[in-house]
Design a protein around this ligand. Structure first.
Ligand code: F6R
Length: 608
């Protein structure tokens, strides 16, 4: 977790570091700090809390210098506090480091360094790094960093500066993201592109164990033997505005409203009326698809919920058995996976540690892996055999919205592609589904019309402590997502249940006034869902039903009904999730929560 930045150039580093960090707060926001070389000394300012606290501190006592590193933290080892904030330095403050990742053998390294006379102030794993670099330092920062990384186990993206080499910044990554921004007579390092986008569109996407040295001469990249590495410059084409709020009060609301475009972009050139589906980035052949005995979809959180939809649609259309797994559970259950299995991992960031472990395990066992990810050059995109990018654009709000709907689109695309190759669905049916998919951006736009009804629902339920989300089939998959959204940004406890399962236990929790959000968009299951709604209504529940337009009969059973545009059942999750996203958004505001940065969470979870 965490976000790191670094600057080398001829401008004041502090404001540039702060600007970069402000774009990385989605990676963590427990504390923040900078280390800048000022008049030949490393000056460090860091503190607990949001970046604003750091900005205030720097306003009171500015640091002037043109080389520096910065950090925004999501605590793993050691609670959020000033002392645990990054940058960390050795005792003499001659070496300072910012770090994203976890040094797994830090206890062992700490004990060894302590026996060598080193002292530690914090409870962090990171503090071993500046001390290790110091231990190996013999007048050449790069050499010392290379030697230090040989001792470090775990994941890291680090930026390092040294008092004795004030004209240098060294950085390296292993299993944590790191990019280099190339400016005019200046350069940057950062965990992610938005951090440098206001300054440059030219970046290098670093691979594991590539060491980068920023000096007056520019950017040099070497391997651990100091052999130069030539890299292609990646030109960022998306607009800097895509990472800004663009007039919306919160990133989440902006991203909710960007969904029609994100869906359209994700389908472009893949879903074309009257033409077979072609997936340029996917090399799996017709024969290989036919041989598949099992598909595993593995992901975390919201991406997992997209995977639950994926299971329904791949099984339905391509007739291949699909297991969908929570990534953190997958590898520990000794899964039966071989060269005839396919793993689809879904990850917005492409960096989620648990998902990456599952990917690596599948590859070890000879399975093919398709990564569905939103970040070009992410670890997932580099390690998977094939990549299907979701073109959602940068998602900044911690609560995922546009990434989720584009992940759904990716699931439909893969299911249709397999069905086309396996000939499990007629051409007419394929065309019908594609045509309805192409209409989805418009339907989602129309789904936003439920806003007023949702605001009313929010006002009526703002004081609730618990809620239930019910649905059958694909509605159950969406109920899982609706419930997660509500919990994570409004801190209201909620549970999602398969509607038919409720009477096997949880119905005991239903009492007078319990709020139930019932999803009834699946025509075939509609009557059964209505029966389940009746079961809870008769026990006093207050039910808000979500149904397709025209299904006014729900009003007879539910206390309130919210309608979404009509689409075929298979595609309904794309529109059904809209009122649920808006509900969690308005609820978060009504409860005075921090919508874009909910407590205890971070956007990219790069620790297991
Ligand atoms: C919830 C949310 C998380 C992520 C999960 C996986 O709104 O965003 O549950 O979906 O942490 O992240 P990625 O997709 O980056 O692997």
């Amino acid at each position: 977790m965490c976000g790191i930045v670094g600057y080398f150039g001829n401008r004041e580093a502090a404001p540039l570091l702060i600007e970069g960090l402000s774009k990385l707060e989605y990676r963590g926001y427990d504390s923040a700090g900078v280390a800048i070389i000022e008049n030949g000394e490393i000056e460090v300012t860091k503190c607990k809390g949001r970046l604003k606290n750091l900005e205030n501190k720097l306003e009171e006592s500015p640091i002037h210098g043109m080389v520096g590193i910065g950090h925004t933290r999501w605590a793993t080892h050691g609670q959020p506090s000033d002392v645990n904030s990054h940058p960390h330095s050795n005792k003499e403050q001659t070496i300072s480091v910012v770090h994203n990742g976890i040094i797994e053998n830090y206890i062992e390294l700490r004990e060894w360094l302590t026996s060598e006379g080193y002292e530690f102030k914090s409870q962090t794993d990171t503090e071993v790094i500046p001390n290790l670099v110091d231990y190996f330092y013999e007048g050449d920062l790069l050499k010392a960093v290379i030697k230090a990384t040989k001792k470090m186990e775990g994941s890291y993206a680090i930026g390092v500066i040294a008092k004795n080499e004030p004209d240098k910044l060294v950085a390296v990554r292993k299993d944590s993201p790191l990019i280099v921004g190339i400016g005019k007579e200046e350069s940057f390092i950062a965990s992610d592109i938005p951090a440098v986008l206001a300054q440059t569109r030219d970046v290098y996407l670093l691979e594991d164990r590539e060491f980068v040295i920023l000096t007056k001469e520019g950017v040099k990249i070497v391997d651990s033997n100091e052999n130069a590495i030539e890299k292609e410059v990646y030109k960022v084409t998306w607009d800097a505005d895509a990472a800004e709020k663009g007039g919306y009060e919160h990133f989440m609301l902006k991203e909710i409203h960007e969904q029609p475009k994100a869906i359209k972009d994700t389908m472009t050139s893949r879903i074309v009326k009257g033409q077979p589906i072609k997936l340029d980035d996917i090399t799996i052949t017709k024969e290989e698809i036919k041989k598949l005995n099992k598909v595993y979809i593995v992901a975390c959180g919201t991406a997992y919920h997209a995977g639950v939809v994926g299971k329904y649609v791949i099984e339905k259309l391509a007739r291949i058995p699909v297991e969908v797994d929570i990534a953190s559970e997958f590898k520990y259950r000794d899964p039966i996976i071989d060269e005839n299995s396919l793993m689809i991992i879904i990850s917005q960031s492409g960096e989620t540690a648990d998902t990456m472990s599952a990917l690596r395990l599948a590859k070890e066992k000879g399975a093919r892996v398709i990564a569905v990810t939103n970040v070009v050059g992410s670890t997932a995109s580099r390690e998977a055999d094939d990549v299907l990018y979701t073109w959602a654009g940068p998602e900044i709000a911690v609560a995922s919205t546009k990434a989720y709907v584009t992940q759904l689109i990716a699931m439909y695309i893969i299911a249709l592609f397999f069905a086309q190759n396996k000939e499990t669905v007629s051409n007419e049916k394929l065309e019908e589904i594609k045509e309805e998919m192409l209409a989805l951006p418009e339907k989602v736009e129309k789904a936003f019309e439920c806003k007023e009804a949702i605001e009313k629902m929010t006002a009526e339920t703002v004081n609730e402590k618990d809620m239930f989300f019910l649905g059958r089939g694909l509605d159950y998959a969406v109920a899982l997502e609706g419930s997660l959204k509500l919990k994570e940004i409004s801190y209201i406890h909620s549970e999602a249940y398969a509607a038919g399962e409720l009477k096997h236990g949880p119905i005991a929790l239903i009492e007078e006034g319990t709020v139930v959000v019932a999803l009834g968009t699946q025509e075939e299951l509609f009557d059964k869902t209505v029966s389940n709604v009746q079961e809870v209504v008769s026990r006093g529940a207050k039910v808000y039903a979500i149904a397709k337009e025209g299904h006014r009969e729900v009003e007879k059973t539910a206390n309130s009904a919210i309608y979404v545009p009509r689409v075929m059942d298979l595609l309904a999750p794309v529109v059904t999730v809209i009122p649920l996203q808006l509900f969690s958004y308005y609820m978060s505001i009504a409860k005075g929560c921090d919508v874009d940065k909910p407590r205890n969470l971070a956007k990219s979870v790069t620790v297991e």
